[in-house]
Design a binder for this molecule. Structure first.
Ligand SMILES: [Zn+2]
Ligand SMILES: [Zn+2]
Length: 153
């Protein structure tokens, strides 16, 4: 599970790296929000990228990183680009490997790998899981009894 303090550090580093105000992007900031239906949001009016604190707790570091890249690409491409070719090009360039999402959907819904632990907790991955992982909500640290079964959607 991603630690909120670390998520903030990465988000601010990505904003510094990709949305430097010296290059005309204006100053962007990061914050958490309380959304339950979507993971990330790019607010063009306030120049703010937000991530759901609730959902961040369910994702691994790699997933949060992808969600941040998805939103940073929106900030770079501009609101008019939507999820069109310009957004896609920018997103690829900065390292986003996930899918597109429609307005209002959560980026995580586009992650191709979905897993469940025996208790039914859902987990998502943007990349194929390469090793056996167990559910972080059921057990701290690895525990085979809570192993996650993955499928590709
Ligand atoms: Zn999007
Ligand atoms: Zn579980």
């Amino acid at each position: 599970m991603a630690d909120p303090a670390r998520v903030r550090v990465w988000a601010e580093a990505l904003i510094r790296m990709h949305l430097d105000p010296r290059f005309g992007a204006g100053s962007w900031s990061f914050d958490f929000d309380h959304a339950r239906r979507r993971a990330g949001l790019c607010n063009y009016t306030d120049r703010r990228i937000t991530v759901s604190r609730h959902l961040a707790a369910r994702f691994e570091d790699d997933e949060i990183h992808q969600i941040l890249l998805h939103e940073v690409a929106h900030a770079l491409a501009g609101s008019a680009a939507g999820h069109g070719p310009e957004w896609k090009r920018v997103a690829r360039e900065i390292g986003y490997v996930g899918g597109r999402t429609h307005d209002g959907e959560i980026a995580a819904e586009l992650a191709p790998w979905v897993g469940r632990c025996p208790a039914g907790h859902e987990h998502v991955r943007f990349r194929r899981p390469t090793r056996v992982t167990s559910c972080g909500e059921c057990a701290r640290g690895f525990d085979r009894a809570h192993a996650i079964t993955w499928r590709k959607r």
